[in-house]
Design a protein around this ligand. Structure first.
Ligand code: ATP
Ligand code: ZN
Length: 299
């Protein structure tokens, strides 16, 4: 493929999403020539290159067609899209897959001493946030009119400085809030990292490559949750055993040499396998239970 037709994927250069995003792409079979400081890593085995940028830039790079795929938090994508749609109606990105990392919540927080009775108490209040679009939408959905004080950082100190009565900010553990004598009281948005596709037009060959990549990334995701379970069980308990195996529809049943009443069962479990499942399997008569990770899957 000529240079300008190579696909580009944007991920966060350094931050909470960087390592996991890169690992995901590597597990999907992409190899890059790493260069330490550069924003651009050349794809070695496929015509797919990597852009390493600030997460906030990813939605715009996708919308402008600089790259075709991007991994970014739903919080950042949703905020940028609301802003872009206001300037240019119809601006949109396709969310192709939720990636089950980078989980966080955009939350409303109040000073510790204050009671929270519901969004209506925010009428006329000043709310500091780096997410003015999502905050405005949430207020509007709740029929509240309040002042949004847009800050690009250190949002959590605004109440103690007297520049805001409440904040809307990302929370994962609540430690930062507590250190600033704030408490989270309501959720504006639940977020995780997701794979997005920009609106740029592709020719058939590029589209095939993109579809293949997306399928591989989804395959990596499914494989992560899927386990291969092997066990021995009394033949007459097969129905019960299948019932206990999480997300296993049609296990493979094999004879065991010299043991006519017992069989070996192999099953692909598409849901998480917990210790509790193994204990139940044992109670149902299973023995020699093995749970193996699945590395790749292609449905
Ligand atoms: P950049 O320099 O790329 O702009 P940043 O400071 O905006 O970095 P990070 O703190 O690395 O970004 O967060 C990136 C994303 O990680 C967030 O937008 C969010 O989707 C997710 N995330 C998960 N947990 C948290 C958390 N506790 N606080 C902030 N973001 C979190
Ligand atoms: Zn950022």
């Amino acid at each position: 493929m000529t240079d300008e037709r190579r696909l580009k994927i944007a991920i966060q250069k350094s931050g909470r999403l960087s390592d996991t995003s890169l690992k995901l792409l590597e597990r999907a079979g992409l190899q890059f020539s790493r260069s330490k400081d550069k924003l651009f890593w050349f794809g070695r085995n496929l015509p797919v290159d990597l852009l390493l940028v600030r997460d906030d830039d990813i939605p715009r790079l996708l919308l402008e067609g600089v790259c075709e795929l991007g991994i970014v938090g739903e919080n950042v994508a949703a905020e940028a899209l609301l802003g872009a749609a206001a300037r240019r109606p119809g601006a949109a990105l396709d969310a192709l897959a939720s990636l089950d990392f980078g989980h966080c919540r955009l939350m409303l927080a109040l000073p510790e001493g204050q009671q929270y009775t519901g969004p209506e108490q925010l009428e006329g209040a000043r709310i500091a946030t780096s997410y003015p679009q999502l905050t405005a939408r949430w207020l509007q959905e709740n029929g509240i009119s309040a002042d949004i004080v847009e800050l690009s950082g250190a949002v959590e100190i605004a109440p103690s400085l007297g520049t805001a009565d409440a904040i809307v900010d990302l929370v994962s553990t609540g430690t930062t809030l507590r250190a600033n004598h704030l408490k989270a009281v309501d959720t504006v948005l639940e977020s995780q990292a997701a794979l997005y596709r920009g609106p740029s037009k592709l020719d058939a060959e590029q589209q095939n490559l993109l579809d293949k990549l997306v399928q591989r990334i989804q395959g990596v995701q499914t494989a992560r949750e899927t386990k291969y379970v092997m066990l021995h069980a009394p033949r007459e308990r097969l129905a019960r055993i299948t019932e206990v195996l999480p997300g296993a529809e049609t296990p493979t049943v094999l004879p065991l040499e010299g043991q006519p009443d017992r069989v070996a069962v192999h099953a692909l479990c598409t849901e998480q396998v917990f210790w509790e499942h193994l204990e139940e399997l044992k109670q149902a008569g299973a023995s020699a239970i093995l749970v193996l990770p699945v590395e790749k899957m292609l449905a």
